[in-house]
Design a protein around this ligand. Structure first.
Ligand code: SF4
Ligand code: SF4
Length: 332
């Protein structure tokens, strides 16, 4: 077995040491069952996860719940929904107690006097045309005004097959708004015509993402290895899917053998009692899942598989660093 020291020079070893000090224990929380958009392909609404459990309405229950989560060892709360900014008191129950990341469509600005340094990930689904088709609204035109220049916000740009050849204009717009961007791929959970990836399109978008990272290294938070993993679904000869997924809710995980997985990960519904199967749609076919965080985590929990060569371990470090930057464990 090769050792980390034998594989890395001083520069990479320093980078490795920085991330090996991190011990990220995340879980995901549905803050609300409501949203001010209804995107075609939203994993939450398309799988009826918003109907699974009624929202807990008592803020004191939310506060007590967050305290229990901290006692369970969680040190990163990832807030999703629905739209978390519709319930800022619940967001605050997390933010006041532990490191918190808030996903949002950006239509409502998180008030920075109340949440001065909470990292916000703003969803963006392609260009103006795509957003009109899929979200019924050019959300970017609103969110970019709400968050221009905000040092604690970035775009979570969901790339669709129709974006091939068009991502540069969007990335430039984000750069010009003084923001960063992280790319992920649409899973097309509602089968919208023309939005399902072909093998050729996936190969093309991998090349394009690599080229964008070369051209906009200060704007894109990414790595070429992540691009390869998410477009091919392959890692070290293994295929992403149910039996490999690290982001399955731990108490519901009956897989045998249990793969390398996120420790104590749970995705909670907004009644604070019900657990969802995984970090994304309850009903999604794992063979088509393009979830970015699940693919990143897949790499991160499989360090040993990346100990075969210097390049493999460097790839692993870059993905880990990317995740740590996106969730504020490392500076940009
Ligand atoms: S903004 Fe987000 S939560 Fe709301 S419908 Fe769209 S994808 Fe779903
Ligand atoms: S849908 Fe995606 S995130 Fe959920 S269990 Fe399947 S592969 Fe994992």
């Amino acid at each position: 077995m090769k050792t980390v020291s034998s594989l890395l020079d001083d520069h990479w070893h320093e980078r490795y040491k920085k991330i090996s000090r991190l011990s990220i224990r995340s879980s995901i929380y549905d803050v609300t069952n409501r949203c001010n958009l209804r995107c075609k392909g939203c994993f939450f609404f398309s799988s009826d996860e918003h109907m699974v459990a009624p929202e807990e309405m008592d803020i004191h229950e939310w506060e007590a719940f967050v305290d229990r989560e901290i006692a369970r060892g969680v040190n990163l709360a990832i807030l999703i929904g629905g739209e978390p900014t519709l319930c800022l008191d619940r967001v605050e129950a997390f933010y006041k107690r532990l490191p918190t990341f808030c996903a949002t469509n950006g239509l409502i600005r998180v008030p920075r006097d109340r949440f001065p340094n909470m990292m916000v990930g703003i969803s963006l689904w392609g260009d103006e045309t795509d957003e009109l088709v899929l979200r019924g609204k050019d959300a970017f035109s609103i969110s970019s005004k709400n968050y221009a220049g905000d040092p604690y916000a970035y775009y979570l740009y969901t790339v669709t097959p129709k974006q091939i050849g068009k991502t540069e204009r969007i990335i430039r717009k984000i750069r010009d708004a003084g923001l960063k961007v992280h790319l992920q791929l649409l899973s097309n959970d509602e089968g919208v015509s023309g939005f399902t990836w072909t093998a050729q399109e996936l190969a093309d978008i991998q090349d394009e993402m690599d080229a964008m990272l070369d051209a906009y290294p200060d704007t894109m938070i990414s790595s070429k290895y992540y691009h390869k993993i998410i477009t091919t679904g392959k890692m070290q000869g293994r295929s992403f899917g149910w039996m490999e997924c690290p982001s399955v809710t731990q108490p519901l995980d009956r897989r045998n053998p249990v793969p390398k997985r996120l420790i104590n990960f749970i995705r909670w519904a907004s009644d604070l009692k019900t657990m969802h199967r995984c970090c994304t749609s309850e009903t999604r076919d794992c063979t088509t899942c393009k979830d970015g965080a699940a693919h990143m985590s897949w790499v991160m929990v499989n360090k040993r598989a990346h100990m075969g060569s210097t390049k493999d371990l460097q790839n692993w470090i870059e993905v880990y660093e990317m995740f740590a930057k996106l969730y504020q464990f490392l500076p940009w």
